[in-house]
Ligand binder design. Structure first.
Ligand code: HH2
Length: 269
């Protein structure tokens, strides 16, 4: 899953793709590099980020989704939003997946997914982006995230989203310390027990900077380590800024663990 942030304030690439044409070009490039999914977001969720109105979010994301669809983009288009109204319009414009980092905080969200026949990513967050990094405390972070995701999954199914269209995400960096993030990735297999595929979003995040001492644009090495180990522990989708590097690391990692036949070399993209 390649990230297309159409925002002025995202933590790693804020402002770079606010112009729809640049965002479309970026999305097409990521798809060409091997992204199966493009995640289009119009609201930053970084710690302390300002909230964005429905109108502003729509103004940012709809032209990008339309542009990608018109350009014949074959990757799945995901809308990264927690607002049902934005999901509705994005699905009408060509998206087929909803990435909700608040796991149905908008009570109309599941219905929007059902209406739009969309798959749904449910992510764990403790608190809100404004407050989530203020001393997060858990008894057992994996158990709590698992319980939260189990409840969100049950609710989504109860509200009509087909189980086989739901993905789960531990929400790396969303109300978690470095230690919490590391433990979640290391014990990702415990979330697999919920029976749904796992999305992992570690790309360029702060815990990597805290370990490596690197600024946000220089965290590719740490990102690849988290991604490869995440897949070894059971992640099925990686949400990344750097698709080419993630793809290559995965191709090699999968050849080693035997889930990919290395005799058929990947076509460099
Ligand atoms: N992380 C971010 C945003 N959306 N969605 C899922 N499912 N999982 C994640 O880990 C996740 C997410 C934060 O990263 P980014 O989009 O790069 O930054 P920002 O929220 O500042 O736009």
């Amino acid at each position: 899953m390649g990230i297309v942030n159409v925002t002025p304030d995202s933590f790693s690439d804020g402002g770079e793709f606010l112009d729809p044409e640049r965002a479309v070009a970026h999305g097409l490039r990521l798809a060409g590099e091997g992204a199966d999914v493009l995640d289009i977001g119009g609201e930053s969720t970084r710690p302390g980020a300002a909230e964005v109105s429905v109108e502003e979010e729509l103004r940012r994301v709809v032209p990008v989704i339309e542009g990608l669809t018109e350009a014949g983009c074959t990757a799945t288009i995901s809308i990264d939003t927690s607002k049902a109204e934005v999901a509705d319009r994005a699905l009408a414009a060509g998206a087929t997946m909803v990435n909700d980092v608040t796991a149905l905080s908008d009570e109309r969200m599941a219905a929007a997914c059902v209406r739009g026949d969309a798959s749904l990513v449910l992510m764990h967050m403790k608190g809100t982006p404004r407050t989530m990094q203020e001393n997060p405390v858990y008894d057992d972070v994996v158990a709590e995230v698992r319980e939260f995701l189990a409840e969100a999954l049950e609710r989504a199914i109860r509200e009509g989203v087909p189980e086989e269209m739901i993905w789960l995400d531990p929400g790396i960096g969303f109300g978690k310390t470095v230690a919490h993030n590391l433990e979640l990735i290391d014990r990702l297999g415990e979330l697999r027990e919920l029976g749904r595929p796992i999305v992992l979003g570690a790309s360029r995040k702060r815990f990597i900077g805290e370990i490596t001492g690197r600024e946000v644009g220089e965290r590719i090495g740490g990102t690849l380590a988290a991604n490869v180990l995440g897949v070894a522990r059971g992640a099925a989708m990686l949400r990344v800024h750097d698709v080419r590097e993630a793809r290559e690391a995965l191709d090699v990692a999968e050849a080693i663990i035997g889930t990919r036949d290395w005799r058929e070399p990947a076509v460099p993209r």
